[in-house]
Design a protein around this ligand. Structure first.
Ligand code: NOJ
Ligand code: MG
Length: 576
């Protein structure tokens, strides 16, 4: 029996050591247009990314996923691709790309690209040929004659479907004399996934970039891949309006997207892409090629992205349930409930990891949503939960959003709104240039112009300053990432978490390793907490890291029975 137990211990230990590169990984989202501009045109580029890979390594990230870098007229800042095989000229050349991959390998950062399968640009050759009725391409997109309004006798769009960016999802094309579907901007026609040639075409795109040495894809807009099929009369069914809350008939939220989102075929497509990634690995003896999936959808659907019990899907189905539910009004119990919700529902087994997301280029920055005072607390939460963490560039510095006036607004989603409400829709504020140092334009560019304005606080909030300061958001972040490498933090099955009034408290511990306790006060007032009442072996603790405005210092030794959790402060301690 004893022998058996030690054997099991040895096996688990080995398994842990042999964890695949992405497991419990730390993912960093780079928004290339705003990260670092190497040539002074005010627009970030690939050489800029290459230059900063060492920074990512120094902070401790595992991998970077890059928003699209492919040729694009930039109607949706790269999410409208006119050539899936070319690098966007403002961002560099294929050679620059290869150079970036080479450097990433040297430094030890995996590169993940954005795969945008749902739509192309209307300037893509495929679309142009489709417009012209070229036999190979004519069914690459969703075309329809529209319907004749019985009262006016006028032609109108085939259905009431709306674009996520507002107004009809159908656009008339004069040359082809038909409507095409675009679930995003007019310049982003939807591909037709019921056409096997499209499926194969897009698989070839994936194979092309995998062969260039990337380590996987972040997959864009998954719920939109398939629409309902035509009915018996050759028509598309209208979507029902919501019952309350969104009266404006042009606004995307006005309809229940039952015919354009989350169709069952979507999951099969994701599982096919997983098979592709796995075959690529097998055939080439490469590292694991992973998939991260973007889907704002129901919780049940998010789980289906992992797999269906028989087939596997996404390695990292972005946990937007967490991002959506944990907000500035969340209480400790809400946070605990949302953590457990994911952990309990996700499939079990060594191939499945939880993940935690609190930001990206489509949402207000974390420090703006929660307040700068709570930025460290949230970074601590993200980095100390079991599994994969995903950080949007700048969150490690607690960068905040920048107000962009209506005149300066470029985000298509905001441009479709009006001067009074555009700010509710605009994603520009979260996309301003990264703040590297206190030199003009924050060290983002040596040029005098930037595509979006640089935040005014860049002289006091930037990488260089935070690297030099003994206690800064970045220093806290670095400590957290170092901590993640500890066995207790790598074990994903050891979380014991609870809410005590305003405080979230949890421990991470695995045999033969250290026990960590994380104490996060989501309230505004101080709260005393006896750690030993929750984790009886813990009598004395030492502070590993804690929020900037903490009442404790790193390295401080504390009596665990008398811990004071200051309002809005997060602390990681180790049992001593
Ligand atoms: C999701 C992307 O993150 C967003 O930026 C983009 O506008 C849409 N998908 C359309 O591609
Ligand atoms: Mg540039």
């Amino acid at each position: 029996m004893k022998l058996l137990i030690s054997l099991v211990l040895v096996i688990t230990a080995t398994l842990r050591v042999n964890a695949d590169w992405w497991q419990s990984g730390n993912f960093y989202q780079i928004y290339p247009r705003s990260f670092r501009d190497s040539d002074g045109d005010g627009i970030g580029d690939l050489n800029g990314v290459t230059e900063k890979l060492q920074y990512l390594k120094d902070v401790g990230f595992t991998a970077a996923w890059l928003s699209p870098i492919f040729k694009s007229p930039m109607a949706d800042f790269g999410y409208d691709i006119s050539d899936f095989y070319k690098i966007h000229p403002e961002y560099g050349t294929l050679e620059d790309f290869e150079n970036m991959i080479k450097k990433a390998k040297e430094v030890g950062i995996k590169i993940i690209l954005d795969f945008v399968p749902n739509h192309t640009s209307d300037e893509n050759e495929w679309f142009k040929k489709s417009v012209d009725g070229d036999p190979k391409y004519k069914d690459y997109y969703i075309w329809h004659n529209g319907v004749i309004d019985p009262t006016t006798g006028q032609r109108k769009p085939p259905s009431n479907w709306l674009s996520a960016f507002r107004y009809s999802a159908w656009e008339w094309n004069d040359v082809r004399q038909q409507y095409y579907l675009h679930q995003f901007a007019i310049k982003q026609p939807d591909l037709n996934y019921r056409n096997p040639a499209v499926v194969e075409e897009m698989k070839n795109v994936m194979r092309f970039w995998l062969a260039k040495g990337i380590s996987g894809f972040r997959i864009d807009a998954c719920p939109f891949l398939f629409e309902v099929e035509l009915d018996r009369n050759g028509l598309y069914a209208d979507e029902p309006p919501v019952t309350s809350g969104c009266p404006d008939p042009d606004d995307y939220c006005h309809l229940q997207h039952i015919y354009t989102n989350d169709r069952p075929e979507t999951f099969d497509m994701i599982y096919q892409w997983r098979e592709l990634a796995e075959s690529f690995k097998k055939e080439n003896g490469s590292d694991t090629k992973i998939l991260l999936t973007e889907a704002y959808t129901s919780f049940e659907n998010m789980m289906k992205f992992y797999g269906d019990g028989t087939r596997k899907g996404s390695y990292v189905p972005f946990n937007f349930d967490f991002m959506g539910n944990v907000n500035k009004d969340s209480k400790a119990v809400d946070v605990v409930q949302n953590v457990n919700k994911w952990l309990n529902a996700m499939p079990k087994g060594k191939d499945f990891y939880p993940n935690w997301v609190l930001g990206n280029h489509d949402n207000k920055r974390l420090a703006s949503r929660f307040g700068v005072e709570r930025a460290d607390l949230l970074n601590i939460l993200l980095q100390t939960l079991p599994g994969n963490a995903v950080t949007y560039n700048g969150e490690e510095l607690a960068m905040t959003d920048v107000f962009i006036s209506w005149d300066q607004t470029v985000d298509p989603q905001a441009c479709n709104a009006n001067p009074n409400n555009f700010n509710d829709y605009s994603r520009d504020p979260a996309r301003t240039p990264f703040q590297w140092d206190a030199s003009p334009n924050a060290g983002f560019t040596e040029g005098s112009e930037t595509w979006l304005p640089v935040a005014q606080d860049y002289k006091t909030k930037n990488v260089l300053m935070q690297e030099r300061a003994p206690h800064s958001h970045l220093q806290i972040f670095k400590k957290l990432i170092r901590l993640r490498k500890e066995p207790s933090m790598q074990d994903i099955n050891n979380l014991s978490i609870k809410a005590v009034d305003n405080v979230v408290i949890y421990s991470r511990y695995t045999q033969n390793s250290d026990r960590y306790v994380i104490i996060l006060n989501f309230g505004k007032t101080d709260q005393s907490i006896d750690i030993s009442a929750h984790f009886p072996t813990v009598r004395r603790v030492e502070v590993i890291t804690t929020s900037i405005q903490s009442n404790y210092n790193d390295g401080e030794v504390i009596d665990a029975t008398k811990f004071v959790a200051k309002g809005q402060v997060g602390t990681v301690v180790v049992q001593i």
